[in-house]
Write a new protein. Structure first.
Length: 270
């Protein structure tokens, strides 16, 4: 019951923020979620024996997110810094790698420490920045369509997996995910994007909507498994206990982190 109630509250909040919030509030909420997800990631990295410079890595992760969105939705507020932001990001990435020199003690983990420090900017910052930018560039409906596709896919995976699941999809990572569940998620998730996209992506051909739907669901499944791999490596069940019955922020957005970048690229350039 706790899981159902907290899930209903999460959906209501997500719909309210995506659909009704002004751009500035939406951006603030997205960056707050990014910070929470980063804190959870930092804990996972530490549990894996790869501690990262939290303040520096967190700052770079926020800059990566802002870098995707700064030139469009905020207009004059951040546009003046957009030119310098790329240089700041590149310098910050080098700085993060250099900071591992301070904490390294001669073990065979130097590359792992440096990679763990730089990775959240790519894994967390860019996808969340892409979602903020999508809402600004294409409207709330387009972003909501991405969320709806992933949510329907997740639900379909769960119920088709329970009803028909026999073969495990990735037993070393997730003992509950099945191939049958993944197929159900692909079918229903792609169907939602194809059908609802007729209204919210009217200029995109049906075949392309279908291909995009399959790609988003497949990437979402990959994102879910990737985060499960991080948790198993860290020896924890959930990324945190922030959300009753659902774990942490990373546990809720893991599929979106893999799906959002390709959605952004296709809608902006294809």
């Amino acid at each position: 019951m706790t899981r159902v109630l907290s899930g209903a509250v999460l959906i209501a909040i997500a719909v309210a923020v995506v659909w009704f919030a002004p751009a500035a509030i939406f951006f603030a909420v997205a960056e707050a979620l990014l910070l929470l997800a980063f804190v959870e990631y930092a804990r996972l990295a530490g549990a894996c024996g790869l501690p990262i410079p939290t303040i520096a890595a967190g700052t770079v992760t926020l800059l990566a997110s802002i870098g995707v969105t700064s030139t469009r939705w905020v207009g004059d507020v951040l546009a003046g810094t957009a030119i310098a932001l790329d240089a700041i990001l590149m310098s910050a990435v080098v700085l993060l790698a250099a900071l591992t020199l301070v904490s390294w003690r001669g073990d065979r983990d130097a590359l792992g420490r440096a990679s763990a420090a730089i990775f959240p900017a790519l894994y967390l910052g860019l996808p969340i920045g892409a979602m903020v930018s999508l809402r600004a560039l294409r409207g709330r409906e387009v972003l909501f369509l991405l969320l709806l596709t992933v949510m329907v896919s997740d639900t379909a995976q769960y119920y088709t997996g329970r009803a028909f699941g026999r073969r495990l999809l990735a037993p070393a990572i997730s003992p509950k995910k099945t191939i049958e569940g993944a197929i159900g998620g692909l079918v229903f998730g792609a169907a939602i994007l194809m059908i609802v996209g007729a209204w919210w992506l009217p200029l995109m051909p049906l075949a392309l909507r279908g291909l995009l739907g399959v790609a988003l669901v497949a990437l979402g499944i990959g994102g879910d498994l990737f985060e499960s791999m991080l948790k198993r490596s860290a020896g924890v069940k959930d990324s945190s206990t922030l959300i009753p019955g659902h774990g942490g922020v990373l546990d809720r957005i893991d599929a979106l982190l893999f799906a959002a970048p390709i959605y952004y690229v296709v809608l902006k350039y294809v």
